[in-house]
Design a protein around this ligand. Structure first.
Ligand SMILES: Nc1ncnc2c1ncn2[C@@H]1O[C@H](COP(=O)(O)OP(=O)(O)OP(=O)(O)O)[C@@H](O)[C@H]1O
Ligand SMILES: CC(C)(CO)[C@@H](O)C(=O)NCCC(=O)O
Length: 312
């Protein structure tokens, strides 16, 4: 297997090296109590040291990149004698199921909202573009949820095209982990954001039947990476936590498992990991890693130990 250090087109940094890449004024800005509260509210296990060491320089770098992006959009519009308009900057976050994409996406949203004063930052997940369970069953894909063919990529790309084109009120369908299905007629509204973060296992994929890809719309892409055995551990740990919380709700898809034998429930979860999520990681997600602008590598306790930044 190719490891990232082998790739000649990436800079590789330890956490210690990376944390020095900041702009002095921002580095001195402490995390505000309200930011800390928000971050802890959605994940009380996250390392706040990582938020300071990793995400603050990252947010500063994204600021510089977005400034460049805005300038080029203006220059290009003037060259083409078109009206200058704000074009959303889109950040894609990819990686395995349970590697921590949602957590990273939410931390980033929180920090961007605080540091990009006055700008409108939105976050969506590609989960909403999965086919419904009924449709998946009809297509013989029910046991392939998360695989490239289980998503309506055409709809996802049309959505991103509308967002980039400046269409007001674009609709992103909603997936529920509670019902394990798409919620009919429910949408998240994306309304001309300055930055849109799009999180999902397929944000770096190249579907074979499309001419245009999600990555054609992203301006910065991040791949969350970790050893597969650790990711499996996190998957099962999360399952255990959900067994004690969300699955206790009679409307939850996994309610019967939460009420039944615990070992049996874990055997089922292990089986889903081994037959769906792990093969998907190996066949369809990991091969997209070398297309990312940045790879964040995590180790025990979700701590980030290395970062890779594309040189060119
Ligand atoms: N930085 C972190 N610190 C501590 N725990 C974390 C961190 N990131 C993620 N986790 C935990 O790891 C598990 C998976 O994280 P998360 O739900 O963010 O993953 P995901 O990649 O979005 O997964 P999925 O694709 O299944 O939605 C969760 O239980 C989450 O609480
Ligand atoms: C919705 C996805 C595909 C991606 O977030 C994932 O969380 C999922 O449900 N995978 C299917 C197998 C499983 O339940 O883990």
């Amino acid at each position: 297997m190719v490891i990232m250090d082998d790739l000649i087109n990436y800079y590789s940094f330890t956490k210690e090296e990376w944390r020095h890449f900041h702009n002095e004024s921002e580095a001195n800005l402490p995390l505000t109590p309200s930011e800390l509260k928000h971050i802890k509210a959605f994940n009380d296990q996250i390392s706040i040291q990582d938020v300071a060491d990793i995400y603050k320089p990252l947010v500063h770098m994204i600021r510089l990149q977005k400034n460049n992006f805005d300038e080029w959009q203006t220059t290009k519009a003037r060259f083409l004698r078109k009206q200058v308009r704000a074009v959303p900057f889109i950040i894609g976050i990819s990686g395995s199921v349970a590697v921590g994409k949602s957590t990273t996406a939410r931390v980033l949203k929180e920090l961007l909202t605080n540091y990009f004063t006055g700008e409108h930052i939105q976050l969506i997940t590609t989960d909403g573009f999965l086919y419904s369970n009924a449709e998946l069953k009809q297509r013989g894909l029910y046991n392939k949820k998360g695989f490239p063919e289980s998503y309506n990529m055409r709809e996802l790309i049309a959505f991103l095209n509308e967002v980039k084109s400046g269409v007001a009120v674009t609709k992103s369908p909603v997936y529920s982990h509670q019902s394990y299905d798409i919620i009919p007629n429910r949408y998240d509204i994306v309304d001309r954001p300055d930055v849109l973060i799009i999180e999902g296992i397929n944000t770096l994929q190249l579907p074979s039947n499309e001419q245009i890809y999600v990555s054609d719309f992203t301006d910065f892409s991040i791949y969350m990476d970790a050893d597969v055995h650790l990711i499996e551990k996190w998957y099962l740990e999360r399952f255990g936590r959900l067994m004690d919380t969300a699955f206790q709700d009679p409307d939850n898809y996994y309610y019967d498992y939460a009420m039944g034998d615990r070992d049996e429930a874990f055997a089922m979860a292990r089986n889903v990991w081994n037959t769906v999520d792990l093969p998907n990681l190996k066949e369809n997600i990991l091969p997209t890693r070398s297309r990312a602008d940045m790879v964040m590598h995590k180790t025990d306790h979700h701590l980030i130990d290395r970062l890779y930044l594309r040189k060119y």
